[in-house]
Design a protein around this ligand. Structure first.
Ligand SMILES: *Cc1c(COP(=O)(O)O)cnc(C)c1O
Length: 226
């Protein structure tokens, strides 16, 4: 059996049933995606629009749910609106409006997550509570018809200190509960907490993650020089 298949079987055996595995295939060839797909893996994540589109085109015949997990520029939404299942990285009202516009153009509803800034690093994108609340209480948000916000997403600080990561995941879980209570109480569809990667998926699940985005421990290390 290939290492991709072995890795995915091992990880799957450890994940609770209610947790969705987003297999992060960025930088890896479609042949590896097919190996995972052969084992029943349907959800794949990419962080760059160009790479996502290329892989979608090549694998159109497969019943894959493509998730865009990386930062998304407004002018690139149009390239993925036709097929993307979920966008994890919504961090502004302007982006949300553009996704809605493109979803309408393709007669689709696109599921989105609000990305929160939980890490101590300055470089990570994301909202804080007040910014999210401002979006969700705006009149413009009320006019959004073709985007369904289904939860929250966050990335922990890149550190070996498990306590730091734990604290940040607890913060995101609390943020989810607060947003759910204030804005989505009657909406069963708002149920996802996307947190946890190769190095910290176990901590994330302990702290309430429903969706882990895992790449390297399935597909191996990424080589950005090819
Ligand atoms: C690359 C990436 C991941 C997966 O990272 P691994 O450490 O390889 O598991 C998860 N989330 C986002 C947003 C990413 O860009």
């Amino acid at each position: 059996m290939s290492f991709v298949k072995e890795n995915i079987l091992e990880l799957k055996s450890k994940l609770p049933k209610h947790v969705t595995l987003v297999a992060v295939s960025k930088t890896h060839p479609v042949s590896m995606i097919k190996e995972a797909y052969d084992l029943g893996q349907k959800v794949f994540g990419e962080n760059k629009v160009q790479e996502l589109v290329a892989k979608y085109e090549e694998l159109k015949d497969l019943d894959i749910k493509w998730h865009l997990i990386g930062h998304l520029q407004r002018n690139k939404v149009k390239y993925i609106a036709e097929f993307v299942d979920m966008i994890h990285s919504v961090d502004s009202l302007k982006l949300l409006k553009e996704i809605n516009k493109q979803a309408i153009a393709h007669k689709r509803v696109i599921k989105c997550l609000l990305q929160f800034h939980i890490a101590s690093e300055e470089t990570k994108f994301g909202l804080d509570y007040d910014e999210a609340a401002a979006i969700l209480s705006s009149d413009e948000y009320k006019n959004i018809t073709n985007v369904e916000i289904v939860g929250v997403m966050g990335m922990a600080t890149f550190t070996d200190d498990r306590e730091v990561v734990e604290r940040e995941f607890v913060n995101l879980s609390n943020m989810y509960k607060k947003i759910k209570t204030e804005f989505f109480l009657d909406q069963a569809g708002f149920k996802e907490i996307s947190m946890g990667m190769s190095s910290d998926w176990d901590i994330a699940i302990e702290k309430g993650s429903t969706m882990v985005r895992v790449g390297s421990i399935i597909f191996g290390n990424r080589n950005y020089n090819i």
